[in-house]
Design a protein around this ligand. Structure first.
Ligand SMILES: *Cc1c(COP(=O)(O)O)cnc(C)c1O
Length: 363
């Protein structure tokens, strides 16, 4: 057992058993005498790593064969530009703005065309997911964009928006593999892996094959065309090999727990521990509306900035790491990604109880 519990938003906690396995293989991967970091991406050894990672992801998420799985770089933020470059053929798109990252994606898309905000909860400080059952989408819109889970505000869609037959693109960075998803409900799912699946530097995109084409906005660089990567099995250039290797191990770890249904149950019981406490606490108050709550990112505050800071400081001294809220919203945030053990959440809640009892004078 490690000495601290890491509640960081990302890069974030990874399963201890995965890190241990990676450590065991660090100097000699499968008798090769080399670390995975040192192996050519063109070698048979690495080809089997990427093939196995993709196959395991397809099985775990039940990804239909008419979807491409791409391993990309540039972080989730580069997708905010790649999506319009590749799909905004009429130069029109609809964005659902439910938080910090959805807004960033919206602002980037505006560089390429006319963007309509189909729904937003910004007036309400992004504390809930707006009703998306009857969106006002223009008939010639190229796609509808959403972000499943707001990492910073701690909200999540609990119902798929009705995109009225339009292509639906979903950023799932902060809830990737946290629960089952019906892939064919979306035309593209994508996310950075540094929240739930591995080290920073890799993005996984799952895209309907028939949407990937030569037709992109004029001037789109070769590296920023999905087709470039689809045609070359994500090896047009050197992919982040070590990250792909770790993702493969994290997927195996989820499978060993019982797959995504089980992962969801575990995540629900972890989140319930903290939400239940927030709902009865007199000192701490949850920030997201109850019907929009995230299982992964839980935001709360005490009502006083000074007390929030005192809490974050005392938590840090008690093995509770990276619990400060994002600078955009302040307060406190506990990120309960897949690899956060239930003991970590129990420790946090016990600490919150003790802190509350001490009326902020916790020593
Ligand atoms: C972290 C995060 C991002 C940004 O990811 P980068 O890889 O840093 O660009 C985008 N969207 C969501 C939902 C995130 O949680």
């Amino acid at each position: 057992m490690r000495k601290t519990f890491n509640f960081s938003a990302g890069p974030a906690v990874l399963p201890e058993s995965v890190l241990q396995e990676a450590a065991d293989e660090m100097l000699d991967y499968k008798g090769s005498g080399m670390s995975v970091m040192e192996i050519s991406h063109r070698s048979a050894l690495f080809q089997s790593i990427i093939d196995e990672t993709e196959a395991a992801l397809r099985t775990l998420m039940n990804i239909p064969n008419d979807y491409e799985v791409l391993f990309l770089q540039g972080g989730t933020s580069l997708q905010f530009a790649m999506i319009p470059m590749n799909f905004m053929r009429n130069r029109k798109a609809d964005y659902i703005v439910t938080g910090y990252w959805a807004k960033k994606a919206y602002q980037e898309a505006k560089l390429y065309g006319e963007i309509h905000v189909a729904a937003s909860s910004e007036d309400d400080n992004f504390s809930h997911i707006p009703d998306c059952s009857d969106l006002d989408i223009s008939p010639d819109s190229d796609y509808v964009y959403m972000c499943e889970n707001s990492t910073i505000y701690g909200t999540k869609f609990h119902k798929r928006p009705d995109s009225k037959g339009k292509i639906l693109i979903n950023d799932i960075s902060s809830c990737f593999l946290s629960e089952p998803m019906n892939v064919s409900d979306y035309d593209m799912l994508f996310g950075g892996i540094q929240k739930n699946l591995g080290p920073a530097g890799l993005v996984i995109a799952i895209i309907r094959k028939d949407l990937i084409s030569e037709t992109v906005l004029p001037g789109t660089p070769t590296m920023l065309r999905y087709k470039t990567h689809a045609d070359k099995g994500s090896m047009y250039n050197t992919p982040p090999t070590y990250n792909i290797y770790i993702v493969g191990k994290v997927i195996k770890w989820i499978q060993s727990l019982g797959g995504l249904d089980k992962m969801k149950k575990i995540n629900e019981s972890k989140a319930a521990l903290l939400y239940d406490y927030l709902d009865k606490s007199d000192m701490f108050c949850g920030l997201a509306d109850k019907d929009s709550r995230s299982l992964m990112n839980i935001t709360f505050r005490t009502g006083s900035e000074a007390l929030d800071s005192a809490f974050v400081k005392a938590a840090g001294e008690n093995g509770i790491i990276s619990i400060k809220g994002h600078r955009a919203i302040g307060g406190i945030r506990a990120n309960l990604y897949n690899a956060m053990p239930i003991e970590g959440v129990q420790h946090l809640v016990q600490f919150m109880e003790a802190f509350e009892k001490s009326e902020g004078q916790y020593e």
